[in-house]
Write a protein that binds this ligand. Structure first.
Ligand code: NHW
Length: 475
């Protein structure tokens, strides 16, 4: 039976039935859908059958008790590193924040309970996104937190969860998905590597997350990671609600430089950057998940830069004294250093046209008389994008001077982010080789980790993308 299991693994018994690119498909000539949208009457109405003794449940994340159940399942059974010494410990506040993305669907928060005991033993979730891949955009769901209790592994429950979340997405007219995983399944569209920046050098040595290099004393090692006492970027301050429109414009423009990125409207910008800020009690924030900062030009008052990071601790398994690794993860950022014309100049703007491009997928679909349900997932981003968003240059075509400018600015911003992380008691700052990160990893003393993260698209065929959301692999 071991041989049988191994064959099933190699065969991808499940994944070979799904609309994803297969290893032997040959080169992709044109990006686009793999299977057409299902008309509403063709979408399965009943949930997929579960093994006896189990039942489906739609989780209500606004109910503290149910949120805690998801937290308990994940904190004991979710992703561990290769040698099982760390396990992600997403906080309830984190889960609530990330799962309540604007436009979220309750029916995309799916659990499995043991019928007799009502114990939650599996979970999968999706949140809605508008995703742009090169010059096409579509509504997609970002799938995350797929988890099966350790005692129920290798029983082919995961494929049932994936099929059920797919069905729930189809019921709401969404036919594409994006997801990331450490594992290799058919077929990654991109791969990025984890990098780590030591903040609390002593603690990382104690838990064995870092080691002193052979040619260095422990003291020198600790000293190497010391940071300036205070931040140095002029005009740096916490982002506020009033910054949302300016940050939105800057972010949309900045992200347009990459081959693949979500496109956030202002409501999403507000959510992504500000909703995870926690609550204020006695002048202290509790339950803070995200830290978001902007740079305001002291003279023009224009917002020229933004950066953010989030808190995602890991449980340290089997250590006598240290129980948690307080990790911050670099999140979204943007800088005007990437552009020749500033984004948020308070000067009266040239009328921002919303001119329709007749070559956009939606325009073409309409012209071809495609039924509405068939094109419901194509947002026609090219029609709603503002002209100044479209005028940006793809990062690969940027001039050496622009690249130098971006690099210098990002190094300043990242250094201040590290200082803020230190002041908030983080032990380590993590990031991936996505976006423009490779421009500051070395100078900011990030080191490569063991982990890789693969990017996947469901029902969207594309030519591989360098380095995940973005970016500049190997620089
Ligand atoms: S990646 C994190 C996934 N979670 C964990 O690693 C937590 C710890 N592990 C577990 O809980 C972020 C279990 O090991 C899981 C698998 C549940 C992972 N993605 O039930 P079986 C995400 O959440 C395939 C996709 O026996 P199990 C993203 C595997 O290749 N597929 O395994 C999630 C095999 O299929 P194959 C994965 O160990 C994206 C089958 O599952 C996978 O008891 C989901 C084996 O099933 C993974 N991470 O449970 C896809 N891990 O064909 C969304 C294993 O190879 C797709 N498998 O035989 C889009 C859906 C929405 C579409 C909307 C239009």
């Amino acid at each position: 039976s071991k041989a049988k299991t191994q064959k099933a693994i190699a065969d991808h018994k499940f994944w070979k039935t799904q609309p994803v690119v297969k290893p032997d498909d040959g080169p992709v000539l044109e990006d686009g859908v793999i299977e057409p949208n299902h008309p509403p009457e063709k979408v399965r109405k009943e949930p997929y059958p579960l093994p006896n003794d189990f039942e489906w449940v739609i989780m209500d994340i606004d109910d503290e008790k149910q949120l805690k159940e998801i937290y308990d399942l994940l904190s004991a059974n979710y992703v561990e590193d290769d040698d099982a010494s760390l396990r992600f410990n997403y906080s309830p506040e984190f889960l609530h924040w990330v799962l309540k993305h604007p436009g979220y669907r309750k029916t995309w928060h799916i659990g499995v309970r043991v019928t007799s005991s009502q114990k939650l033993v599996a979970f999968i979730s999706g949140i809605p996104h508008e995703l742009r891949v090169r010059e096409q955009a579509f509504h997609s769901t970002e799938i995350n937190f797929l988890c099966v209790h350790k005692k129920l592994r290798s029983k082919r429950l995961a494929p049932v969860l994936i099929k059920e979340v797919t069905r729930q997405c189809h019921l709401t007219g969404v036919f594409q998905a994006i997801y990331t995983a450490g594992v290799v399944i058919p077929t990654p569209i991109s791969c990025s590597r984890y990098y780590h920046r030591t903040i609390n050098a002593k603690k990382l040595l104690e838990i064995g997350f870092a080691a002193v290099p052979h040619n260095m004393s422990e003291e020198a090692h600790i000293k190497r990671y010391e940071l300036p006492k205070e931040t140095s970027v002029v005009g740096l301050r916490e982002m506020t609600s009033d910054d949302v429109p300016a940050v939105g414009k800057l972010m949309r423009r900045y992200m347009r430089r990459f081959d693949m990125a979500p496109r956030f409207n202002d409501e999403e910008i507000r959510h992504v950057f500000l909703s995870g800020r926690g609550s204020e009690t006695g002048g202290k924030r509790v339950g803070q998940v995200t830290w978001s900062y902007v740079v305001e030009n002291p003279t023009t008052k224009a917002i020229t830069d933004v950066f953010s990071f989030y808190s995602l601790p890991s449980s340290i398994l089997d250590h006598p004294t240290h129980k948690d690794l307080n990790a911050a993860y670099l999140f979204y950022y943007a800088t005007d250093a990437a552009f020749e014309t500033p984004t948020n100049d308070p000067q009266p703007e040239a009328a921002s046209s919303t001119s329709a491009s007749s070559t956009s997928p939606l325009a073409r679909a309409i012209a071809e008389g495609v039924e509405e349900w068939q094109r419901s997932n194509i947002t026609g981003l090219n029609e709603i994008e503002l002209e100044d968003e479209k005028r940006v240059t793809n990062w690969q075509d940027e001039s050496p001077e622009t690249k130098k400018k971006i690099k210098a600015r990002l190094n300043e911003l990242c250094r201040d982010a590290l200082i803020i992380a230190r002041d908030n008691d983080f032990d380590v700052v993590n990031c991936l080789t996505v976006m423009d990160n490779p421009l500051f990893l070395q100078e900011q003393k990030f080191g490569p980790g063991d982990g890789f993260l693969r990017f996947y698209l469901f029902n969207w065929r594309i030519q591989p993308i360098a380095g995940g959301m973005g970016s500049r692999p190997g620089e």
